[in-house]
Design a protein around this ligand. Structure first.
Ligand code: ADP
Length: 372
C-alpha cells in the first residue's frame, strides 16, 4: 500500500496522552520531520521534558496504532525518536547566554588531527585560566572520552532552575560532554541525520554549561547535517579549520572554509591550524622534516586570506598522549605543549580581534518549506 503522512497521523490520533483526554496529534506532539521511504516511516514525537514518564509508552502505543490502523507491514519499530520540547523551541537566543565565545573546530577530511587540536587547545586555554567547555559533536566518531581518559564517565542529571540538566564531566579544567558518554560507537554510526542532530541539540540545550569564556565544538569532518544544525542552533563566533599540509587535505580544507564563509552559513573563519606541519624526532627537537610538504597550510591561509593560527609538528608523543588520555598541552614545557600554548594565545587574540571588528554572528534561520 502507498503510505502518506495523513494516514500515519490519523492512526496516531488514536493515541492519547495519559491524564489529558487529548491525543498526541491534537497536542502538537508530532514533529514535522516525517519521512516515508517505501514502507519505512520515521518521525519524532516531542515531549515537554526529556524525562517525561510516558516517553516509552507513547512510543510503543504509537507503533501499535500505526501497525493496527495503517498496516502491519509498516516498518516503524525503532523508527520513532523522542525529542524534548525545551530543545530550542523556547527562546533560542537564551541558549548558552553565559557563554562568551562559541568556536567550531572543523576539518575537510578525517584523520588530520582535528580532535587532537580541539582537545589540546581546550586544555591549553584552561591552563591559561580561561573557563572552557568542549562538546564532542563528532557524533559518528566521538574521540574525546578517550583523549580525556574518561571512557567510563556517565554524566548525571541535576535539577537547575526547575530543569533537569546534564552535568558535563570536568577534566583538566575543561567541561566536557561527548555523545560517546551516552551511546557506544557502533550505535552512533548507524544514526540517521535527524537523530544525530537531535543528540547535538540536546547536548547543547539540555546541559549545564554555565559561565564559559570559550565553548569549543569538535565537528565531524567534511560537511554534514551536524554543521547545519549547529549554525541554526547557535550563533557561532567563528570556526577554526584544521588541515595537514598534504594536497588532498588542503583541497578539502578549502571546501570546508568556503562552506563556512558562503552566504548560507556565513560564520567567520578565525583561522587555519596546520597540523602535522613537520616531523620532529624527540631526540633532535631542532630538526624539522617536512614529510607532507612545506607550509601547505600557510600557503592556503594566504591564498584564502585567513590567519594561520599555528603549525603543530608531528610528534609521537601527541599520538601517545591521545591514546593514554593525557593531552600534551598539560605539559607546557614540552615542545608540543608549547606549540599548543602558542596556538591558544593566537586563538584568544584572533577572537578578540573578530569581536572588535565584526558584528556578532546571527543564527542561521531555518527556512520553513511551503507546508511547514
Ligand atoms: P581527526 O579528529 O581529524 O579525525 P584525530 O585528532 O583523531 O583526527 O587524530 C588522528 C590520529 O592522529 C590520532 O591517532 C592522533 O593521536 C594522531 N595525531 C594527531 N595529530 C598529531 C600530531 N601532531 N602528531 C602525531 N600524531 C598526531
Amino acid at each position: 500500500m502507498k503510505l502518506y503522512p495523513n494516514l500515519i497521523l490519523e492512526a496516531l490520533s488514536k493515541v492519547r496522552y495519559p491524564g489529558t483526554g487529548k491525543n498526541i496529534v491534537e497536542m502538537n506532539m508530532i514533529e514535522d520531520d516525517m519521512r516515508i521511504d517505501g514502507n519505512k516511516v520515521t518521525f519524532s514525537i516531542v515531549f515537554d521534558k526529556p524525562n517525561d514518564p510516558f516517553v516509552k509508552s507513547i512510543i510503543k502505543a504509537s507503533e501499535t496504532a500505526i501497525l493496527t490502523y495503517v498496516s502491519n507491514d509498516v516498518d516503524i519499530k525503532g523508527n520513532i525518536t523522542a525529542k524534548a520540547k525545551q530543545i530550542l523551541r523556547s527562546e533560542p537566543e537564551k541558549l548558552l547566554s553565559n557563554v562568551k565565545n562559541i568556536v567550531a573546530v572543523s576539518s575537510g577530511k578525517g584523520g588530520v588531527g582535528k580532535s587532537t587540536v580541539a582537545a589540546n587547545l581546550a586544555v591549553a586555554l584552561a591552563r591559561l585560566g580561561y573557563k572552557v567547555g568542549l562538546l564532542d559533536a563528532d557524533i559518528y566518531g566521538p574521540s574525546m572520552p578517550k583523549m580525556f581518559n574518561e571512557e567510563e564517565a556517565r554524566p548525571y542529571m541535576e535539577e537547575i532552575d526547575g530543569r533537569e540538566l546534564i552535568m558535563p564531566v570536568e577534566k583538566y579544567g575543561v567541561k566536557l560532554l561527548s555523545i560517546g558518554f551516552f551511546v557506544d560507537k557502533e550505535n552512533a554510526l548507524v544514526w540517521r541525520g535527524t537523530m544525530a542532530s537531535n543528540a547535538l541539540k540536546q547536548l547543547i540545550a539540555d546541559a549545564y554549561w554555565g559561565d564559559l569564556d570559550y565553548f569549543f565544538l569538535d565537528l565531524p569532518p567534511g560537511t554534514s547535517d551536524i554543521h547545519l544544525t549547529l549554525v541554526q542552533t547557535l550563533a557561532v563566533t567563528g570556526v577554526i579549520v584544521v588541515t595537514t599540509p598534504q594536497e588532498v587535505a588542503l583541497a578539502d580544507a578549502r571546501k570546508g572554509i568556503n562552506m563556512f564563509t558562503g552566504e548560507k552559513i556565513n560564520v567567520p573563519v578565525l583561522g587555519l591550524v596546520e597540523n602535522m606541519a613537520y616531523f620532529t624526532p624527540a631526540e633532535l627537537p631542532e630538526n624539522k622534516y617536512y614529510i607532507f610538504g612545506k607550509d601547505g597550510g600557510k600557503k592556503l591561509a594566504e591564498e584564502l586570506n585567513v590567519p594561520l593560527l599555528g603549525q603543530i609538528p608531528i610528534v609521537q608523543s601527541i599520538c601517545e598522549a591521545g591514546d593514554s588520555g593525557k593531552p600534551v598541552a598539560l605539559n607546557e614545557s614540552s615542545l608540543t605543549g608549547l606549540a599548543f600554548k602558542n596556538l591558544a594565545h593566537n586563538v584568544v587574540n584572533q577572537i578578540d580581534l573578530r569581536n572588535k571588528t565584526m558584528a556578532p554572528t546571527q543564527r542561521v534561520e531555518i527556512k520553513k518549506n511551503k507546508n511547514g
